[in-house]
Design a protein around this ligand. Structure first.
Ligand SMILES: [Fe+2]
Ligand SMILES: [Fe+2]
Length: 141
């Protein structure tokens, strides 16, 4: 599965991205909604205070979500190596979000909130496809 070239999070949020775990799916949807709002900010500079607010909100949703998802994974009784790899991936992903945020203020071609929204959403959706969707099997088996 690959990301569509014109990134629209609402279109992305079809049932192929559902894990079947209601809390996880709701949190994914909330992150997508915020991403969609940010994608529309084509004229808001990354140097603006509002971008700081957006990023802080995005960060909060993602960190809360990872915490919840990891708790759920532990309760599902997944093999410990699988749990460890997934949890490690969450940490790596947070690092990538930090890097994207830092680069947003230093790279001149990244000028607006919509530009970084693309990057942030791609990171999250890619993770859902390659990691979170495996939870579907854990729930249905
Ligand atoms: Fe995950
Ligand atoms: Fe997730």
């Amino acid at each position: 599965m690959s990301l569509p070239t014109s990134l629209n999070t609402l279109e992305l949020w079809d049932e192929t991205l559902l894990t079947g775990i209601p809390t996880v799916d709701q949190q994914h949807r909330d992150i997508a909604r915020l991403g969609e709002k940010m994608l529309k900010e084509t004229g808001l500079p990354l140097t603006s205070e509002r971008f700081g607010d957006y990023f802080a909100e995005f960060w909060q949703l993602v960190t809360d979500h990872f915490e919840t998802e990891e708790k759920i994974m532990r309760s599902l009784g997944l093999p410990s190596d699988q749990l460890e790899v997934h949890t490690r991936e969450h940490s790596a992903l947070l690092e990538r979000l930090i890097q994207a945020n830092i680069h947003s203020t230093t790279l001149s071609e990244w000028k607006h909130v919509s530009d970084i929204a693309h990057e942030l959403i791609t990171i999250i959706v890619d993770h859902i496809i390659h990691f979170d969707l495996n939870l579907k099997n854990a729930v249905t088996r």
